[in-house]
Write a protein that binds this ligand. Structure first.
Ligand code: DOR
Ligand code: ZN
Length: 402
């Protein structure tokens, strides 16, 4: 049994908690606040094939540090997760890696929609958390850029009662705009090529497909005011549409290219600061349901390459909760909103059964970020001083303390 003494709830009540465990442990938690452990619905832990960027040993450590005990991993690996067999092989590799570090991180996997493998979708309906559709190319080769395949995915998903998660950037528009900007090799051009219209075109299309087939739709990494407007309207209509944003779209804007260079390159790209207000407002009015780290590590060597060769993505899982707690101190979010964003809504949307995992945070602890558990060895948040940090993460009856 793990006994947690004198911890506060987010409403300020002191309480003791008793968590079933093989360990006998007493934690004096005066001054700490208990939150449900973070569920991160969007990570790229890179197994199989890209483990030089990240693997589940290091990814799990970064997760636990960030108060997170459950992740949903994306299929754009090498090879991509687009057959039932590749899915089983991936799970076996993950289990092996988690066993090596003795962390029983909870996880589920997204299945990759691929034109050549549409018939595999029904085969995995009970073994995945949903289907991931890249409507525009990102890291890897997974993309669905023709209407026929898109309709097929939404229709199969509706029939099998599977959720579809979309990377909503329109591939045709990206290609067209890339040609317009050819020759420009500075990192900020990334935000101009993949502009907000690229995102809204795809979001509108995905919502239209949901309207037609009734498919449950999860819109990943919402980054702009215009996407929020479309999603709000879809929700008002009563469509089963859910929305995620990310820490980098909430806390970085296009000015980050000046300090981070290629490390600021992500898909969808960073936007002008004017979008922050709309994203926070969308959290307040529940248009945005969840936050996903979109933890997408690449090596520093890769991120130092010139524009065009520099891969998109940045790590984020470890600092997502501290960034949100820091935003609480800035009065931009309440603790209730943080709980909904980091676990409550994900639990409902993805039908996750209850378990006892929690994270005990010290709202007063102030730390300047200098290092990370991620295998890529860097974080875009280095040098930032944040107030509010996990002190103990409890996963499946085991306590990890920092
Ligand atoms: O920036 C991104 N990185 N966006 C994605 O869609 C993929 C991700 C990755 O896997 O690197
Ligand atoms: Zn992603």
């Amino acid at each position: 049994m793990i006994t947690i003494q004198g911890v506060s709830t987010i409403h300020g009540e002191q309480t003791n908690l008793y968590i079933p465990s093989k360990e006998e442990k007493i934690i004096s938690a005066e001054g700490l606040i208990v939150l449900p452990a973070v569920i991160d619905p969007h990570v790229h832990f890179r197994t199989p094939g890209l483990e030089y960027k990240e693997d589940w040993r290091t990814g799990a450590k970064a997760a636990i540090r960030g108060g997170c005990t459950m992740v949903f991993d994306m299929p754009n690996t090498k090879p991509p997760t687009f057959t039932a067999m590749l899915l089983e092989e991936k799970k076996a590799l993950i289990d092996l890696q988690l066993k090596e570090v003795g962390i029983s991180l909870r996880y589920d996997l997204f299945f990759g929609a691929d034109k050549q493998h549409l018939n595999e979708i029904s085969r995995v309906k009970h073994s995945v958390i949903g289907i991931k559709v890249f409507m525009g190319c990102s890291t890897g080769n997974l993309v669905i850029d023709d209407d026929e395949s898109l309709h097929a995915v939404f229709s199969i998903a509706a029939k099998e009662n599977m959720l579809v998660a979309v990377h909503a950037e329109d591939e045709h528009l990206i290609r067209k705009r890339k040609a317009n900007f050819s020759g420009k090799m500075d990192y900020p051009v990334h935000s101009s090529i993949r502009n907000i219209e690229v995102a809204t075109t795809a979001v509108a299309k995905a919502i239209e497909l949901t309207r037609r087939y009734g498919t449950r739709l999860y819109i990943l990494h919402v980054s702009s005011a215009e996407e929020v407007t479309l999603i709000k309207k879809a929700k008002r209509e009563g469509l089963p549409v859910f929305a995620e944003t990310t820490p980098h779209h909430l806390f970085f804007d296009t000015s980050a290219y000046e300090t981070l260079g290629g490390r600021a390159v992500v898909n969808p790209p960073l936007r002008d600061k004017s979008n922050h207000e709309a994203l926070f407002a969308a959290i307040h009015d529940k248009t945005i349901d969840t936050i996903g780290s979109d933890h997408a590590p690449h090596t520093l060597d890769e991120k130092s390459k010139i524009y065009g060769e520099c891969p998109s993505g940045m790590p984020g899982i470890e600092f997502m909760l501290p960034l949100l707690l820091n935003a609480y101190h800035q009065k931009r979010l309440s603790l209730e909103q943080i709980v909904l964003l980091t676990s409550g809504r994900a639990r409902d949307i993805f039908n996750i059964p209850a378990y006892d995992d929690c994270v005990l945070v010290d709202l007063n602890k102030i730390v300047t970020i200098t290092k990370t558990e991620s295998k890529c060895g860097w974080t875009p948040y280095a040098g930032q001083t944040l107030q509010g940090w996990p002190i103990h993460t409890i996963l499946n009856g085991r306590c990890y303390s920092f």
